[in-house]
Design a protein around this ligand. Structure first.
Ligand code: PMP
Length: 386
């Protein structure tokens, strides 16, 4: 059933904006609407116009492994990584585009699972893990791969380990925990951007996934990218997307390219703008402010605990920066509350239960990327709980 549109009267947390979706599935999905305020203030810097005759062909760059990749998007992806220093995009990597990084995640599973194996490839990740990993891995009941749970309790040497860093849902900085046999890792670096964490090294893993959903907030554009070292893996991932959707919307790629270009321009052009036009400055300021509000609210309430703040030297901003995760991994410490999500639901705060992330239901995940009005209601409600 449709959910309500009036946050003040109904439930805090981003779920209240969802209309017509099953709340148990998409509730508190981390819709990054916080960034709308930033993009509203950028004027036409991220605008595009596409004449009726353009972007009609299936093909973008027939000589490229990823033949549906728009060269302008490829260019802006590499430029942004060069600016931020979060990934070694220029060191022989193939850039692949996907309909969100979700499609590239599926493409990676397909590419890394041998077609003739006796049993499906095991897909693992350290708990708490992003709830889509098991859901997406198993929904078509593939014979090629299957969800095998927490990487820490996995034994065997045929596996794909998903490494999400900073991690959704708990914000921790992670590295692969498995290293045996023929196992391979896929690094999901959706949150490895300066608004969420200090950029401490140029990541150079074999397969790295990124998305505009979390870097710029354009989740609805449905554009993600993969940086892939091995040409054969890049080819197989491209094949998956060819079979799945015959490529990726060019219109969306052009828009994403323009958005990324606006981000880099604001740092690199001589007439460069003020803090309010610099995405990562804006994002970090907002996230620091929101985390302070949340920690104050948890302290005022007295019944919740949050992960400790960690910090590191950020090579991008050239200063020491705290981690400001895109999600709060909140634990209810009250002895009589075993299911924190339903406790909070009873107080009109919608969250996702820790159990969906392979963890204790005393924990919940709360999005930190909602619009100001909803976020304010959320922290006020949280502070009042005893
Ligand atoms: N990876 C992680 C860790 C995420 O949190 C998300 C979004 N919730 C995604 C991937 C999916 O991103 P996209 O919108 O690009 O499909």
């Amino acid at each position: 059933p449709p959910l309500h549109h009036h946050p003040q009267e109904h439930q805090a947390c981003l779920c209240m904006y969802k209309n017509g979706f099953d709340i148990r599935v998409v509730g508190c999905s981390g819709d990054p609407t916080m960034f709308e305020e930033f993009w509203r203030a950028t004027g036409d810097a991220a605008e595009i116009v596409i004449p009726g005759w353009q972007t009609m062909s299936y093909f973008s760059d027939v000589g490229n492994v990823c033949w549906f990749l728009e060269p302008g998007f490829d260019h802006e992806v590499r430029r942004l990584h060069r600016l931020v220093g979060n990934a070694a995009a220029d060191d022989g990597y193939h850039v692949l585009v996907g309909t969100g990084s979700t499609q590239l995640f599926m493409a990676a599973l397909y590419a890394l699972s041998p077609p003739n194996a006796a049993s499906p490839m095991n897909v693992v990740s350290t708990a708490p893990y992003y709830s889509s990993y098991p859901a997406v891995t198993d929904f078509l009941q593939s014979g090629l791969f299957r969800w095998a749970g927490d990487a820490n309790s996995f034994h065997g040497d045929a596996y794909i380990e998903l490494v999400c860093s900073p991690n959704n849902p708990d914000g921790t900085i992670r590295e692969a925990v498995l290293s045996s046999g023929s196992g391979v890792a896929v690094h999901d670096l959706a949150y490895y951007w300066p608004q969420y964490t200090a950029i401490t090294k140029r990541a150079d893993h074999d397969i790295m996934l990124f998305t505009v959903s979390k870097s710029t907030g354009h989740a609805g554009t449905r554009i993600g990218w993969a940086l892939v070292k091995d040409r054969e893996v890049a080819k197989k991932m491209t094949k998956f997307i060819e079979l799945n959707t015959i490529g990726v919307s060019k219109d969306s790629q052009l828009r994403a390219a323009k958005v990324l270009r606006a981000v880099s321009d604001a740092y690199e052009l001589p007439e460069a703008r003020t803090e309010e036009h610099r995405l990562f400055d804006y994002g970090r300021r907002k996230m620091v402010e929101r985390w302070r509000m949340l920690r104050d609210a948890a302290a005022a309430s007295g019944i919740f605990s949050l992960p400790d703040e960690t910090s590191g030297y950020c090579n991008f901003t050239k200063d020491k920066a705290a981690t400001n995760p895109a999600f709060a991994w909140l634990r209810c410490d009250r002895e009589d509350v075993e299911d924190c999500a339903s406790f909070l639901r009873g107080h009109k705060i919608l969250t996702r239960s820790g159990s969906q992330f392979g963890a204790d239901p005393r924990y919940v995940r709360v999005s930190m990327l909602d619009r100001d009005d909803a976020y304010d209601i959320f922290v006020r409600r949280l502070a009042s709980l005893k």
